[in-house]
Design a protein around this ligand. Structure first.
Ligand SMILES: [Zn+2]
Length: 335
């Protein structure tokens, strides 16, 4: 019931949609009076990818080569300037010979890259691109917005990191009020889905209510933003008391606090648990923020913290379920 690939899948959509400007754009994209269900014809990834986020338009005022520093200096119409190393520009040439546009992937071989390259000429074109002529007569043309997004200034890099990686985190203790969301709303409404994902990213846990008490809800939620990853327990599995249990979760005894799947090389990114039938007595879920506990330990007992970060211990998982499995790994308790 988990997807370790979750963030890899969700991130591109979030990258387009989670900056303050993007969130405003997301709202603006909705026509007044049209808040009905989103089309659900596609599987996975359809959540936010279609959000129309306008790009800011930047214009280049002047450009010049600083030969001694081996940098191109771009002066922007709106004020300010950016510096781009010659080698970086040549390395990131966007022409069809150097980049496969449809995949946004590099084609230029490292063998063909002269890391000491000079530059013969640089100019602003009529369509507001920065055009570079290299000594081997190769030319590159860089879109102004493309360049602006990749400005190397500390402030621009900080803003970019924040937009791409959503660094805001809330480490919590027993005071936490677990964020909640409505299952059906998350399924049908992009804004609710985005809020859910942002809370999940910030806090690490979200309580969804309103799912039907039947199997299948986990898969529907997963396919809203990505897909389920197959494991040796199958695509999904039932956490219930089972004879000859191959996991302590499949017993009626108390399940202590733990981290799931430490034996795996790619541990779960997100797990979805759906309570279909609650026990009449007991069965409470307990959660602890491991990051918060690690931080407390680092402050209160640095040596213990260092030990848990450095000593590798064995993790194993063996049994039969969807298939036979036997996993073995060596990892530190705190990574
Ligand atoms: Zn090129």
């Amino acid at each position: 019931m988990w997807m370790s690939t979750f963030w890899r899948l969700a991130r591109p959509a979030l990258q387009r949609s989670t900056s303050a400007a993007a969130c405003r754009a997301l709202r603006a994209c909705r026509r007044p009076g049209r808040s009905g269900p989103t089309s659900m014809q596609l599987r996975g990834q359809q959540t936010l990818g279609s959000a129309c986020v306008p790009l800011a338009q930047h214009s280049v005022r002047t450009v010049r080569a600083l030969d001694e520093e081996r940098m191109v200096e771009v002066e922007w119409e709106g004020g300010g300037h950016s510096l781009y190393p010659f080698t970086w520009l040549r390395d990131n040439c966007q022409c069809p010979l150097c980049t496969l546009d449809s995949a946004q992937a590099r084609k230029l071989s490292m063998l063909d890259l002269d890391v000491h390259t000079g530059l013969d000429a640089v100019e602003v074109t009529n369509d507001n691109k920065v055009s570079v002529l290299w000594p081997d007569r190769h030319t590159s043309a860089f879109d102004a917005d493309w360049l602006k997004r990749r400005c190397f200034s500390a402030a621009a890099r900080r803003a970019s990191r924040e937009e791409l990686f959503l660094n805001q985190r809330h480490y919590w203790d027993s005071e936490l009020r677990v964020p909640t969301a409505d299952f059906q709303e998350v399924l049908r409404d992009d804004r609710a889905a985005l809020d859910w994902l942002l809370a999940l990213r910030r806090v690490g846990v979200v309580h969804l209510t309103g799912a039907a008490t039947e199997r299948g809800a986990v898969a529907r939620l997963a396919e809203r933003v990505g897909y389920l990853r197959l494991t040796f327990y199958g695509h999904t599995w039932q956490v219930q008391d089972k004879p000859m249990a191959n996991n302590v979760a499949y017993t009626s005894g108390k399940l202590g606090l733990h981290t799931d799947y430490p034996a795996m090389h790619f541990a779960p990114g997100v797990q979805f648990l759906h309570c279909i039938s609650a026990a009449e007595e007991g069965g409470e879920s307990e959660m602890v923020d491991g990051f918060h506990m690690a931080e407390l330990l680092r402050r209160e007992d640095p040596e213990a913290f260092r030990t848990l970060c450095s000593v590798h211990v064995d993790f194993t998982d063996t049994g039969t379920d969807y298939c036979d499995f036997m996993l073995q790994s060596k990892k530190s308790i705190i990574e």
